[in-house]
Design a protein around this ligand. Structure first.
Ligand SMILES: [Zn+2]
Length: 268
C-alpha cells in the first residue's frame, strides 16, 4: 500500500504548519460547564514532553493505555504532527484551573514540545523547534481568536503539580510575535518580600492579584505551600531569571504590570 491518502488517519491537519496527522485515540467531546457538548477552544496550553526520547513520548501520547494526548506534537527539528483534531477534547491538562475554568481540556488546544525537561537537565529549545511552535501558535490563536492572556504554560494551570514547559521557554519572544501576554520583568533587587509562613492583609492583596490574572489561588491571606507554588509558576513564565517561590518586589511589580495589561486588553 503506497496510497496512504485513502487511510482515514491521513486526513489533512487543521493547521498548515503541521506536516501530517498521526492520530491518538485519547480524546473526547468538548463540553460546556453545564455538560452540554460543543464548547469552542479559547485557550492555548504549552507543554514539554519531559521524556529523554521524542519518539517514545509520541508513542506514549498515542497509546490508549496512557490516557493522555495533545492536539499537536513538535519535534526538536520543528517537524510537527497533529495527534487530535482541534474540534475534539484532547487529554493534556489534567486537574487544572484558570480564570474560573476547571475543565481546561474542554476549552483549550494543547501542544506538546519535545524536550527532556527538568529531569533531563532542561536543554535549550532548538531554534527550529521554537520557530515551528511559534508559527503553529500564531495560526491557532488567529483561527480561534485566542486572547493573549489565555496562552499559558501547563505550570500556570496546575501549579505545584506541573512545571512544564519550564523557565527556558521563550515567552517574551512569543509575546513580541503576538502570542501571549508579556510585561517587562521588574529588576531583581532587595526590599520587602513575602514568603511561606507569613499571613495578613498584604498576602491577601497578593493573592487577589494572582486570582485576577487567572491563577487558581485561595484569597485567604495565608502564604502556604500552595501559594508558594503559584509564585514559582508565575516566575517560571513571567520572571524567569529567578524561580524561588518568594514574592519579592520584582515579582510583585511584574505581576501588577501584567494584571494592568490584562485589564487593558479586556476593556479595549
Ligand atoms: Zn504538560
Amino acid at each position: 500500500m503506497t496510497d496512504t491518502a485513502r487511510k482515514p488517519e491521513a486526513a489533512a491537519p487543521d493547521s498548515r504548519f503541521a506536516a501530517k496527522v498521526f492520530p491518538s485515540p485519547n480524546h473526547g467531546e468538548r463540553k460546556h460547564a453545564d455538560g452540554t457538548p460543543g464548547r469552542r477552544p479559547d485557550m492555548l496550553i504549552l507543554h514539554y514532553t519531559g521524556m529523554p526520547v521524542a519518539g517514545e513520548a509520541l508513542q506514549w501520547l498515542c497509546n490508549p493505555v496512557s490516557q493522555v494526548s495533545s492536539h499537536y506534537f513538535v519535534f526538536e527539528n520543528g517537524h510537527t504532527l497533529q495527534l487530535v483534531p482541534e474540534g475534539r477534547r484532547a487529554w493534556h491538562a489534567g486537574a487544572s484551573h484558570w480564570a474560573g475554568e476547571t475543565d481546561i481540556n474542554s476549552c483549550s488546544i494543547g501542544i506538546e514540545i519535545a524536550n527532556p525537561g527538568h529531569p533531563g537537565g532542561l536543554p535549550d529549545y532548538p531554534e527550529e523547534q521554537i520557530a515551528a511552535t511559534l508559527n503553529l501558535c500564531r495560526d491557532i490563536c488567529e483561527r480561534w481568536s485566542i486572547p493573549p492572556e489565555r496562552v499559558l504554560a501547563h505550570s500556570d494551570i496546575a501549579p505545584g503539580r506541573k512545571i512544564d514547559p519550564g523557565e527556558k521557554f521563550p515567552w517574551r519572544r512569543f509575546a513580541e510575535a503576538g502570542v501571549g501576554l508579556w510585561a517587562e520583568p521588574a529588576a531583581i533587587r532587595g526590599g520587602r518580600f513575602f514568603a511561606r509562613g507569613e499571613s495578613g492583609q498584604p498576602v491577601e492583596a497578593l493573592q487577589a492579584m494572582f486570582a485576577m490574572l487567572g491563577y487558581g489561588v485561595a484569597v485567604d491571606g495565608v502564604f502556604d505551600a500552595k501559594l508558594e507554588a503559584v509564585v514559582a509558576a508565575f516566575q517560571r513564565h513571567w520572571r524567569p531569571d529567578k524561580v524561588d517561590g518568594v514574592a519579592d518586589s520584582s515579582t510583585i511589580t511584574t505581576l501588577r504590570d501584567l494584571v494592568a495589561a490584562t485589564q487593558g486588553s479586556r476593556t479595549a
